[in-house]
Design a protein around this ligand. Structure first.
Ligand SMILES: Cc1ncc(COP(=O)(O)O)c(C=O)c1O
Length: 460
């Protein structure tokens, strides 16, 4: 791309795209980073710089960039049947084949798929399935949703309300802040910051007791479902105490509340398995929400997987009046099938299980730095949290923008790492070599040291 065109793209972007989550005063000054090509784990910007993509696009490019096979599968499907709907009695070969493949990969009993356009619409679909299910089985009062503070579930009206990151509510009405809220939040289960210095098992007991209290306060007969990510993503790669998910599922079962596992980030290999709920957390939820890694981001697609029990109730009842023009889009489903074929053939889950512990340890080594309070997560879903006092775990003043400054330093050194407040999040393609993992860890260390130097020079 020539220089004139580069400038034009920066200008077009600034003038015409409303960027999700941009901090506008700064953004308007600095503009955007415009990328124009990518291969493997690397992306290139229009100014000719190359970066290791530590965030896999946005937790999604699991198989890496530039796969010829993906291009061929997509092109072939465009030529064969670029579109057909899945409403009423319509379907297509890729949609039915991908649904069967997902049912084969999913935990036992989750044999049914509703195709969507991404994570948020998969989350919305999970709620509509839950509502319809209870309506059909004679419990129409079950409408309420319980989710967790700090969880991110998306940006449609409903998914944004299930999201428990309250700073995202600024300027909006949500169904969590309504006069009669549809969505209720319980505490974020964060082993790094347990209540009042509790041990991990005590903290788990307290969180489960809180869930029980919330259920009795709302009345189980009014609650449809509970939403939980296996590991919270955008909230800061937050790990729940050991046994939390299993116990939360038991509570849900006891009260006949459907358990929705949001695996938009964790499915399709990021934690070393096609689905994390059962393999890592020992739960078989009623509904699993997916998107992102289902096509490795090559084409938008989401899928909500649900149990035989839910399917039976819905099918016995009549018509599920919910759907999107692009539900089961043939090109997206063809991309999904090829993506899964690549993950399986290249044993990417095995690669993640093999290299994941090395990645975890490489980042954990950063804990020797004064401002690194916590390094957490699993495999290819990791975060580093900065604190100004390790003993008290006190965060820096937000105006110091430590996370952002570290991310910028990393960027200058050729690594894309994402900061959310004072966390640095890493979710790279699932194909990293040991050398690339070393580059990520070394670059982060140099970036943190640079920011620490600046703090020292500023007398901080
Ligand atoms: C756990 C989780 N759920 C849902 C979503 C929403 O997905 P989408 O942005 O595809 O609508 C995201 C997006 O990051 C997510 O991380």
């Amino acid at each position: 791309m020539n220089h004139v065109l580069k400038n034009i793209h920066h200008e077009y972007d600034l003038k015409h795209i409303l960027h999700p989550f941009a901090e506008f005063p700064r953004f308007l000054n600095e503009g955007s980073r415009v990328f124009d090509k990518a291969e493997g784990a690397y992306v290139h910007d229009v100014d000719g710089n190359k970066y290791l993509d530590g965030i896999g696009g946005l937790w999604c490019v699991n198989i890496g960039y530039g796969r010829q096979e993906m291009a061929d599968a997509i092109a072939e499907q465009v030529l064969t049947l670029p579109y057909y709907n899945t409403f009423t009695d319509m379907s297509s070969v890729p949609a039915s084949a991908l649904a069967a493949k997902l049912a084969q990969l999913a935990p036992a009993g989750l044999n049914h798929v509703f195709f969507t356009t991404g994570g948020s619409t998969s989350v919305d679909t999970a709620v509509r399935l839950a509502h319809y299910y209870f309506q059909a089985n004679g419990q129409p009062s079950r409408k309420l949703i319980i989710a967790r503070e700090n969880a991110y579930h998306g940006s449609t009206y409903l998914a944004a309300s299930i999201t428990g990151i309250t700073r995202n509510y600024t300027g909006f009405h949500t169904l969590a802040t309504d006069q009669a809220p549809l969505v209720h939040h319980v505490s974020c289960p964060n082993v790094y910051r347990p209540f009042d210095g509790m041990s991990e098992p005590e903290y788990c007991d307290a969180l489960i007791a809180e869930l029980e209290r919330k259920i009795s306060e709302l009345g189980a007969e009014n609650i449809a479902c509970f939403f939980a990510e296996p590991i919270m993503g955008a909230g800061g790669v937050i790990m729940a105490p050991d046994g939390y998910h299993r116990r939360a599922l038991e509570v849900c079962r006891r009260h006949d509340i459907l358990y929705v596992s949001d695996e938009v980030v964790t499915a399709f290999g990021r934690l070393g398995h096609m689905f994390a709920s059962e393999r890592l957390f020992d739960i078989i939820p009623d509904i699993i929400v997916t998107a992102k890694g289902i096509t490795s981001g090559y084409i938008p697609l989401g899928a909500t997987l649900f149990s035989d029990r839910i399917s039976r109730a819905i099918i016995d009842d009549g018509v599920f009046a919910h759907g999107f023009t692009y539900s089961g889009h043939p090109v997206a489903c063809a991309a999904g099938l090829k993506n899964i074929e690549i993950i399986e053939r290249e044993v990417l889950c095995g690669h993640v299980r093999k290299t994941g512990p090395y990645f975890e340890q490489s980042l954990a080594n950063l804990k020797d730095l004064d401002i690194v309070g916590d390094v957490r997560g699993r495999c290819y879903m990791l975060a580093v949290e900065f604190v100004c006092d390790k003993a008290t775990k006190q965060n820096f003043d937000t105006s110091a923008e430590i996370g952002r400054r570290v991310a910028l330093e990393a960027y200058r050194r050729g690594l894309i790492a994402r900061n959310v407040g004072d966390f640095i999040i890493l979710s790279p393609p699932l194909i990293l070599t040991k050398e690339q993992i070393d580059f990520v860890a070394d670059t982060l260390r140099a970036s943190v040291l640079k920011v620490m130097d600046e703090l020292k020079n500023a007398g901080g």
